[in-house]
Design a protein around this ligand. Structure first.
Ligand code: AMP
Length: 179
């Protein structure tokens, strides 16, 4: 099984991913985590990516698609923070298709902007200052939001209310997948 968890930065994708990988025995593929590892290891890719990430912009499609392509294996996958552009979504469909696989479910975590901003300021990650957060929300609206229509058109989209208790949100996601 291949699942995408889609949502604005701070919508709870990482938290809910932890539950889903356990429950459905999936490989967790978070491009944000992969990029932060590159930064920690001070690789050339990491150094270039850090500037882009600190500004709240997106790293190039080519780089993130390459990272994902390198990690697809025998196990099912949970894609967290990828795809973020239509070009990435199309590349992912193609990569999976070549392996006779496909995306089964896309969970869209729905959280309003005010809640997102207050959650992210609490989280306090390096790229979580208010200017960057606003930038990331704009980037999400412009570049990532179109994916909702893309997956709706494929009949794979499940909109899930991402507010309230973590357990309640998890239960909504599981209901959507198991239905
Ligand atoms: P995340 O941890 O998913 O919020 O990602 C943190 C940052 O990494 C983002 O704000 C982007 O700068 C970069 N990033 C992560 N995933 C992607 C992606 N799929 N495409 C482009 N940039 C990404």
């Amino acid at each position: 099984m291949n699942i995408i968890i889609l949502g604005a930065p701070g919508s709870g994708k990482g938290t809910q991913s932890a539950l889903l990988i356990d429950r459905y025995d999936l490989q967790h593929l978070s491009t944000g985590d992969m990029l932060r590892r590159e930064i920690a290891q001070q690789t050339e890719l990491g150094k270039a990516a850090k500037k882009v990430m600190d500004a709240g912009q997106l790293v190039s499609d080519e780089i993130v698609i390459g990272m994902i392509a390198n990690r697809l294996g025998e196990q099912g996958n949970l894609f967290d923070g990828f795809p973020r552009t239509l070009a990435q979504a199309e590349a992912l469909d193609k990569l999976l298709n070549e392996r006779d696989e496909a995306i089964d479910h896309v969970i869209s975590l729905e959280v309003n902007d005010e809640e997102i901003i207050s959650r992210m300021l609490e989280r306090g990650r390096a790229d979580d200052n208010e200017a960057t957060i606003r930038n990331r929300l704009n980037v999400f609206a412009e570049q990532t939001q179109p994916l909702i229509a893309y997956y709706e058109g494929q009949g794979k989209l499940h909109g899930v209310d991402g507010t309230g208790d973590i357990e309640a949100i998890s239960a909504r996601i599981i209901n959507a997948i198991d239905a």
